[in-house]
Write a protein that binds this ligand. Structure first.
Ligand code: ZN
Length: 155
């Protein structure tokens, strides 16, 4: 699909920061393109598929394995990541993908992530995606490159 950003990445027409971080016969994992938060990844099937319910068993299993491996490694090496938010929306890009969003300890200091006094994860995700929507800076690009090397060495 020519207008699909994920297919463009798979076909080398669009390069995410650090390139493709992991790829097997069914799935790819890469960093997000335009939110300056290190470790905010996207995992997708290689096959262009719009709807989650049409994923094959292999695609599903391999997407989960790639996600788990990335999350384990990122949490181990970045203690300020306390949790990961994992979600799929499918509103803008018509190719199934999961957002693997790191929730850092410093994010809780922002009053805009609370609703009626409680942490609101969906609000936090939305808030930081908007607040930090910009190019990936040099420091984060270096972290992505280092993460890619570690991920490769564990594969
Ligand atoms: Zn696609």
């Amino acid at each position: 699909m020519t207008n699909c950003a994920i297919c463009k990445i798979i076909h080398g027409e669009l390069t995410p920061p650090g390139g493709i971080l992991f790829q097997d016969d069914k799935v790819i994992l890469h960093h997000n393109l335009d939110v300056n938060i290190f470790g905010y990844l996207l995992v997708s099937p290689i096959r262009h598929e719009k709807d989650f319910e049409n994923l094959t068993d292999d695609e599903w299993v391999q997407m989960q394995a790639a996600t788990r491996n990335a999350v384990q490694l990122l949490k181990k090496e970045n203690p300020s990541i306390e949790r990961f938010y994992i979600s799929s929306f499918g509103e803008l890009t018509p190719h199934v993908h999961f957002h693997i969003f790191p929730r850092y300890d410093w994010m809780l200091k922002d009053p805009d992530v609370y609703f009626e006094g409680e942490l609101d994860a969906a609000k936090l995700f939305c808030h930081f995606r908007q607040k930090l929507k910009q190019y990936i800076d040099k420091a984060n690009l270096e972290k992505i490159e280092a993460f890619k090397k570690t991920l490769k060495s564990k594969a």
